[in-house]
Design a protein around this ligand. Structure first.
Ligand code: SF4
Length: 268
């Protein structure tokens, strides 16, 4: 049975004539009803038999985001046996010993063996494993330039920028506003470094999610009726070492980690 992830995929299979014979006002309304399993695709008399047999009159429920990420991680792990880990270690300025590639993730050791098995001193979830594996498989090994740019300026960043603000910068700002130990934890737990960069913010911290992929978090405290603000900046070579999907995923993962830590400590 084919997998359908959103109503538009069903809509594309329909004639688009809005004839109403399916008892829906439009083809789009019908597509939504099929996606919600309120209707069968067979109820449109104009759908071709091959489409009906492909979809069996039903669609599979889409995966949750967690399941999608876990599947993507497994697919990346399966690619590891096809690469030369010793050569990869040289390219990424990492270590290779006893058939294990070791790289620092937030300053902690992260090991990959030739079968794709992962082990680490830190908790490995899909939000970390996905970008780390992409970095190993596809990172160019480009040395950071020291020039900080926004997400929008990264290759592939503009179409995802609004999402990035919603899912990464805004939640992290909310945490910074309420969780007073946030930046202390970034320094201590994630081996962050305070930065006196060219960006004139109240707090400026550099984290190293990966050795060649630093990020800079800048926070401006609220003052005189002005809201606080927080922005995440990236080294201008970031997109040579990590694709935009992995950069986005890593930032979502960072936010999720700090949300968990702050809840555990009861938002001081
Ligand atoms: S019967 Fe088919 S073509 Fe007509 S409105 Fe419904 S989905 Fe569209």
């Amino acid at each position: 049975m084919a997998r359908i992830n959103n109503p538009m995929e069903i809509f594309k299979l329909l004639p688009g004539s809005n004839c109403g014979e399916c008892r829906q006002k439009t083809c789009l309304a019908f597509a939504v009803a099929v996606f919600k399993e309120q209707k069968s695709i067979r109820e449109c008399p104009y759908v071709q038999p091959d489409v009906i047999s492909r979809y069996g009159g039903k669609t599979e429920k889409p995966n949750t985001i967690d399941e999608d990420k876990a599947e993507a991680v497994e697919a990346l792990k399966r690619k590891i046996p096809s690469i030369d880990l010793a050569e990869t270690a040289r390219r990424l300025q990492a270590e290779f010993a006893d058939n294990h590639l070791t790289i620092k993730v937030f300053g902690k050791n992260f090991h990959v063996d030739a079968t794709g098995a992962l082990s680490s001193d830190i908790h490995i979830n899909a939000w970390v494993a996905f970008p780390v594996l992409n970095y190993i498989l596809n990172g160019s090994g480009t040395t950071p330039t020291g020039i900080w740019i926004t997400f929008r300026e990264l290759n592939g960043g503009p179409p995802r920028y609004a999402h990035f603000q919603q899912r990464c910068e805004k939640p992290l700002k909310r945490l910074a506003d309420t969780y007073t130990d946030l930046f202390k934890d970034m320094l201590e737990i994630f081996d962050g470094k305070q930065n006196k960069g060219h960006i004139d913010s109240d707090v400026s911290i550099v984290l190293y999610p990966l050795p060649l992929f630093p990020i800079q978090i800048n926070y401006w405290k609220p003052e005189e009726g002005l809201e606080s603000s927080l922005h995440i900046h990236f080294d201008s070579a970031s997109d040579k070492n990590l694709d935009i999907e992995s950069i986005y995923t890593m930032c979502e993962g960072i936010v999720a980690m700090f949300e968990k830590i702050s809840l555990r400590h009861g938002l001081k």
